[in-house]
Write a protein that binds this ligand. Structure first.
Ligand code: ADP
Ligand code: MG
Length: 511
């Protein structure tokens, strides 16, 4: 028999390979769906300067407890009514294919949730949305036509807006193992609240309601849309930019200046001479071999400026510390931010925090909370670069003796996080990143050591005080007898002496 040949649509591919995107079983799928929806809501708010209000609700079907309905509502920028079908019904469709730090990057997440819902319960997704400047609200019921990778709209309604509401409400019903996933989901929500302390997140589930009210009204500077860095290109990116420039007269020098980050006239000339190109060559005339030579030279030129961090949006140490304190409730917390850096033409910034004592339970290893572009990473900790670093550190030099109540928080912001897979749960050990992470972690660990040595000194003083007090009564009465004095005046004298001594040794401990 001869083979039959045909193509596979992107939706069909992910339908067959759900586990690649984190939808491997009903427990993981429910967690992943919560994640995709919450992350879209956060992207739609804070990236655009809106203080997020996010409402998450999980409900179990009365007769079929394996059917879980998830509803997520936000006060974000909303989606233009005519875009709603595609953004929810076409795999690889979205607004985040630009150089800017967002949680979403692939244009895939919510479609995975829709696919999973329709294949396990047969139910479409419900979406209601309105943008800030629109005077209508769109409501849709839709699913994905998997073999064609296009949305199939079951119902739609466009209404005039009577209130000034903007945002998005999404509701879907999927098969999910609630009992197996509820701990992870709650953990996820809690950690999301930690890394977005300016967000109010309400989470209702069969287990009750949790409300994480924002502890700060200060939003980090939203990320700006940037250009490619010359080191981050390949032949296809060059072709695409040239095609899109739509300008037959554009010279190589002009092209570099217009489309690349940090490339001015001077550096463009210098590079082109270095690479053996004529600056006034028309880009439209470049052959494939020229493009190959150009791309290689752009990767290897040693003098490009570093990518600027304007495309990134870290929290900064103050906000990060606020988040850590509000969620972990430690006795001590401190945070640092590292200067911007880059790998392979992608800008990144690393932040880290350490927290100690308080409500953190003592454990045999450092409790690690990993974040990437403000997303908590909960799975695959064992293969993540942060775990590798934390495990390689000898914590005793920071005065940590296990079991100890110590938590380390790492946050990597980048226009391209080097994830180990589209499920986005672990970060690869890119050397530049590893280096910055280690400096950041050691920096906060050093501050913890200072705090712990102060504590140690304070305890020492206290111990002495206790011992002295123990003998004070006896000493005063013996002295009173020898000196023929009133014992109470001797003890107040001794008390005075002790007070002075303690004041000298007074150590202040600031958490
Ligand atoms: P990604 O988040 O990677 O872009 P998704 O499939 O999760 O991919 O979402 C596709 C697109 O739908 C997003 O790029 C965004 O434009 C839009 N979108 C999804 N959810 C929301 C939301 N809650 N508010 C506004 N826009 C949204
Ligand atoms: Mg998304």
């Amino acid at each position: 028999m001869s083979e039959k040949y045909r193509g596979l649509s992107p939706a069909e591919f992910f339908h067959r390979n759900k586990e690649i995107a984190g939808f491997s079983n009903p427990s993981r799928a429910l967690y992943q769906t919560v994640r995709e929806l919450v992350e879209n809501s956060l992207d739609a708010t804070e990236t655009h300067g809106i203080l997020p209000y996010i409402d998450v609700e999980v409900q179990l079907h009365e007769d079929r407890p394996e059917w879980v309905t998830l509803r997520v509502a936000d006060n974000g920028i909303g989606i233009p009514v005519h875009e709603i079908p595609n953004v929810f019904g076409r795999v690889f469709y979205g607004s985040k294919y630009v150089v800017r730090q967002t949680r979403g990057v692939f244009g895939l997440g919510v479609k995975m949730a829709v696919l999973y819902a329709q294949m396990t319960t047969g139910k479409p997704i419900y979406v209601k949305s309105s943008t800030r400047d629109s005077d209508v609200v769109g409501e849709y019921l839709l699913y994905i036509d998997i073999s064609r990778n296009i949305p199939h709209v079951q119902k739609m309604r466009i209404k005039k807006k009577n209130k000034n509401w903007h945002g998005t409400i999404v509701r879907l019903t999927l098969e999910g193992a609630w009992l197996q996933s509820k701990k992870r989901i709650e953990d996820y929500i809690r950690r999301t609240a930690l890394i977005s302390p300016y967000a109010t997140i309400r989470y209702r589930s069969p287990d009750g309601e949790l409300l994480f009210e924002r502890v700060s009204k200060e939003l980090p500077e939203p990320p700006q849309i940037g250009k490619y860095h010359p080191k981050g290109v390949d032949i296809e990116i060059l072709k695409d930019l040239i095609r899109r420039s739509n300008n037959n007269d554009m010279t190589l020098a002009g092209f570099l200046e217009k489309y690349f980050e940090g490339v001015g006239e001077k550096i463009a000339q210098e590079f082109l001479t270095w690479a053996g190109f004529q600056p006034d060559t028309k880009v439209k005339e470049l052959k494939l071999a020229d493009l190959e030579k150009l791309a290689t030279a752009m990767k290897n030129f040693p003098k490009w400026r570093r990518p600027r961090p304007l495309t990134l949006s870290p929290l900064g140490p103050e906000l990060l510390k606020k988040g850590v304190k509000s969620i972990l409730k430690p006795e001590f917390a401190t945070a640092v931010i590292r200067p911007p850096s880059s790998y392979g033409g992608h800008a990144f910034i690393v932040e880290a925090a350490i927290a100690y004592g308080g409500e953190i339970p003592p454990q045999d290893n450092v409790l690690l909370l990993r974040f990437a572009n403000k997303m908590p990473l909960l799975y695959d900790e064992g293969v993540d670069v942060s775990r590798k670093i934390v495990d390689s550190i000898d914590w005793s030099i920071y005065k940590i003796k296990f079991p100890a109540p110590v938590a380390v928080v790492t946050h990597v912001c980048s226009t391209k996080i080097p994830f180990k897979g589209v499920g986005k749960e672990a970060i690869a050990d890119v050397p530049e990143l590893e280096h910055e992470l280690e400096i950041a972690i050691r920096d906060v660990a050093r501050r913890l050591r200072i705090y712990l040595s102060k504590l140690e000194k304070m305890y020492e003083v206290k111990r002495k005080e206790v011992t002295i007090r123990k003998y004070m009564g006896e000493v005063s009465s013996s002295l009173a007898y020898v000196l023929n004095m009133d014992p109470s005046s001797i003890s107040s004298l001794l008390e005075e002496l002790l007070k002075k001594e303690l004041e000298k040794k007074e150590v202040t401990v600031n958490a």
